[in-house]
Design a protein around this ligand. Sequence first.
Ligand code: ADP
Ligand code: ADP
Length: 233
Amino acid sequence: MIELQDLTKQYQNPQTGAEFYAVRHLDLTFPTGEITALLGPSGCGKTTTLRMINRLSEPSSGRILIDGEDVLSVRPELLRRRIGYVIQQVGLFPHLTVAQNVATVPDLLGQPKAQTAGRVRELLSLVGLEPSEFAHKRPNELSGGQAQRVGVARALAADPPVLLMDEPFGALDPLAREKVQDAFLDIQRRLHKTVVMVTHDIDEALRMGDRVALMNAGELAQFGTPDDLVRRP
Ligand code: ADP
Ligand code: ADP
């Protein structure tokens, strides 16, 4: 379970120099083993919230607990093991093969190569990419959907209990998007990760989220199951 407690992030407006709230007194719990869609219009603070969870950004105030432990007290290497991160522009390393990209985090963590190689094949199969066909390809030989699958495999490589995803399917055309969404839901049914998925697409949030947290102007506007949300007037 991830708990955000009175979480606030202030930035300075580069033009006027005035401080403003990107995230404002946010209290929110992401349940273990569920997908929570963090939904809201562009600029409402979704990405800022996500980046504070994995410490790519420092809160101005408030706390973030993962299973009761303050993320600020967790060593960065340990946080990488616990949190997988998927972004819209997959950010695959172009000069590395698919297999080497998926192995990035285990290699960083110094895990044995032989063990990682087996794990990489498993993960590629899991995301629906035949290892013998894809392991040795370079990112520029992949379609958008295939690249995004590699991104998901890479994020799962260290078997983190938590997965943070920022518009993971946002760059895909509708057909590819639906296929990768389905592939991901299938994986989630087996792995039960604690997933926070940022999206501005209400259909995606309702389709994929076990819960939906609706943000507006840095604050939580609504939180509930997709059913709760669409039933509201
Ligand atoms: P969302 O992900 O919902 O589109 P963001 O979290 O990216 O929103 O941004 C929230 C607000 O904070 C926006 O007004 C954005 O311009 C601002 N913001 C985000 N990052 C920075 C930054 N590094 N410096 C200044 N302002 C920022
Ligand atoms: P980027 O701007 O592409 O996120 P980073 O250097 O922050 O650049 O991250 C490079 C890659 O490493 C990311 O695309 C992501 O897959 C992975 N990564 C970054 N932060 C974490 C983290 N806290 N836990 C696991 N993987 C991470």
